[in-house]
Ligand binder design. Structure first.
Ligand SMILES: *Cc1c(COP(=O)(O)O)cnc(C)c1O
Length: 236
């Protein structure tokens, strides 16, 4: 992808988010753009940073660490870990990321808490919820969410910011909205249950369902393909 193409796709992604927010009757700053850069080279992240993008999402620990080392000079860059997280990879994530969206069990949360370096602030975290039932393997079930949230809220080195989901693909806007509405309702229920918690984040909406997610209250939309182009899946 050329520099011009990246500049155009980032601009159109921002316009798309602005339009979705306006259409939903929400303020222009009610949701922000997370640029999902998995499988894309560090040079492309550097260019997006040069165009004002600050938050980036990565899925694979080693790939992310390599890119972070190359990009250590970029001021204000914020790294989000959004991929499946195995317990034996938590240390690198606790040490090198600002956010983790994909916590779906207590063991991983405890390890991240114990391994978060004192020199860094608390790790900002979201719990990944399975809002699509059997169609999805990752994420905690809705009926187990409250107890996981309570456990995470007791961990001082984690700050529970909200919920994340990757719904199964659906064809129409209405069908896309159903699981996203369940995530929104789950966050509302957690807020009522834990009024002191900093629960301000709904991480949902990808290249194919951004409009549905913004209608259902997304505050952080995760766009990969729409910004960086199609991924070369043969690499994985
Ligand atoms: C890859 C990925 C995205 C981006 O998906 P696109 O369809 O390319 O926008 C968002 N969230 C997660 C968790 C991902 O793994």
């Amino acid at each position: 992808m050329t520099d011009t193409m990246l500049s155009e796709s980032l601009t159109s992604a921002r316009r798309r988010l602005d339009a979705a927010l306006a259409n939903a009757g929400r303020p222009a700053d009610a949701a922000r753009l997370l640029a999902v850069s998995k499988t894309k080279p560090a040079a492309m992240i550097r260019k997006a940073w040069g165009l004002g993008q600050r938050e980036f999402g990565e899925n694979y620990v080693q790939e992310a660490l390599d890119k972070q080392a190359e990009l250590a000079d970029l001021e204000g860059i914020v790294w989000h870990f959004i991929g499946p997280l195995q317990a034996n990879k938590t240390r690198a994530v606790a040490e090198h990321f600002d956010w983790v969206h994909s916590i779906d069990r207590e063991k991983v949360a405890r390890r991240l808490n114990d391994q978060r370096p004192e020199a860094l602030g608390p790790l900002e975290v979201c719990l990944q919820v399975n809002v699509s039932g059997e169609a999805s393997k990752s994420g905690i079930a809705l009926d187990e969410l409250e107890s996981l949230a309570a456990a995470v809220l007791s961990l001082p080195r984690l700050r529970l910011r909200g919920l994340m989901a990757i719904p199964a693909p659906a064809e129409s806007l209405d069908r896309q909205r159903e699981p996203l509405a369940r995530l929104r309702e789950a966050l509302e229920a957690l807020r009522r249950r834990f009024p002191e918690a900093p629960l301000d984040t709904l991480s949902m909406g990808m290249s194919d369902d951004l409009e549905a997610a913004v209608l259902e209250g997304a505050t952080l939309v995760r766009l990969g393909t729409a910004i960086f182009g199609a991924r070369d899946t043969s690499r994985r």
